[in-house]
Write a protein that binds this ligand. Structure first.
Ligand SMILES: Nc1ncnc2c1ncn2[C@@H]1O[C@H](COP(=O)(O)OP(=O)(O)OP(=O)(O)O)[C@@H](O)[C@H]1O
Ligand SMILES: [Mg+2]
Length: 377
């Protein structure tokens, strides 16, 4: 999937936008508050059915409106649409004009990953974001495991309800048995996926952070003490679970930790380096998704100038030109895009320049193309 056309209606301050995107690189430049992050949010919303910066869907509708729409057409004319009516609460999911009930149907067709100035703080700040990151990759790379993951979550809910309601031992043991079995199955598939991700990472670190490329070690934590069986861990912690009111161990509690010299990576690297690390990991995941050949990943990078100096942006430009993804980048100043513009402009035989990108200016929620290669009907 590569987005050819993006349309939004009443999404944040983007009241009505229709854009033709370049299959490789797209740059959006505009002042603070012009609508750049909102544009990325619209693309992200279509891929995930939620925002990356609010859990409240009503915040996404343009002020004083109660209905918003995001839709895209890909290069093969596949049409995906997602709209929300706040008054009725109805979410309309459409693929080629046909209604679908599940967001995952939409998500099967589009793999959107995002890096924002806040991403690395969230990613290194706690397991939640790291879990989300890995789950997205698994959804696209190990798609057979989606059913297993849904089943696991159903059983987790049942087991949590048993804990909260203090149900009889036979019912509790029944759900615990299924929960342990599914946890082990999920953890096994996930461990394979994480191994693939770790194997891909050094290549991208070499491009983006060569100074630490061979110093990083990765720890995959399955969600319960490594040296114990899950059932033993749960039995040993029965009272703690009762006090918490939910399953404290299991496949849902997995984590992936990154270390340098046995210390957490975030305590060793500068902010810019942490951001480059997360970009390298995101590229590694994008490559795994692309290899499956079901969807072409779309990479969103918000405010590329934040934290990154010119040489880091140059390294990023080199890595992006190898990655072969559709990339949408925002910036406050056009100047910070110079390394990308230089690298993605080719001089053809007639010695005239041809851009391998589309550039847009964003102003007060309106978006206008800058270079000649962009045509808006
Ligand atoms: N629901 C909404 N309806 C209309 N406008 C909104 C809504 N939510 C936020 N806005 C406004 O939309 C504008 C664009 O916000 P956005 O975060 O996209 O800006 P930005 O271009 O990314 O700015 P920055 O460079 O500061 O990150 C802001 O002025 C914001 O106040
Ligand atoms: Mg922004």
């Amino acid at each position: 999937m590569s987005v050819a056309r993006l349309t939004t209606y009443n999404f944040r301050n983007l009241s009505s936008v229709a854009l033709d995107l370049h299959p490789n690189f797209n740059f959006f430049v505009g002042d603070n508050g012009s609508g750049k992050s909102s544009l990325l949010e619209a693309i992200f919303f279509l891929g995930h059915g939620k925002s990356f910066r609010t859990s409240k869907v009503e915040h996404l509708a343009c002020y004083d409106t109660d209905n918003f729409v995001v839709s895209i057409k890909d290069i093969n004319d596949l049409q995906l649409g997602l709209s929300k009516n706040l008054e009725t609460g109805i979410t309309l999911i459409k693929i080629n004009g046909e209604r679908h009930a599940r967001l995952s149907e939409l998500a099967k067709n589009i793999a959107v990953q995002i890096v924002t100035p806040e991403s690395f703080k969230l990613f290194f700040g706690g397991p939640k974001e790291r879990r989300r990151f890995v789950e997205l990759g698994m959804f696209h790379v190990k798609h057979d495991s989606s059913k297993q993951w849904r089943e696991f979550n159903r059983v987790l809910k049942q087991r949590n309800a048993c804990i909260r309601q203090n149900l009889d031992k036979a019912t509790f043991d029944y759900w615990t048995g299924i929960f342990c079995q599914l946890s082990e199955e999920v953890a096994e598939v996930r461990s394979q996926y994480v191994s693939n991700l770790i194997a891909e990472l050094p290549f991208w670190l070499e491009l983006l952070l060569p100074s630490i490329a061979n110093k990083v070690t990765v720890q995959y934590l399955q969600g319960w003490p490594q040296k114990k069986s899950l059932i033993d861990a749960l039995n040993d912690n029965h009272e703690r679970e009762q006090a918490f009111g939910y399953s404290i161990y299991g496949a849902h509690k997995f984590d992936v930790k990154f270390l340098i010299a046995k210390q957490p990576l975030e305590s060793q690297l500068s902010r810019g380096q942490q951001k480059l690390f997360l970009l390298a990991l995101t590229f590694a995941q994008a490559k795994l998704i692309a290899r499956v050949n079901r969807v072409k990943p779309i990479l969103l990078i918000d405010d590329i100038g934040a934290e990154l100096d010119k040489s880091s942006r140059q390294s990023l430009s080199n890595a992006l030109s190898i990655l072969d993804c559709q990339v949408v980048i925002t910036a406050i100043e056009e100047g910070v895009l110079q390394p990308f513009i230089d690298d993605f402009t080719v001089v053809n035989e007639e010695r005239s320049n041809k851009a391998k990108y589309h550039m847009f200016h964003v102003k007060h929620g309106g978006i206008l193309p800058v270079n000649n290669s962009v045509m808006i009907e």
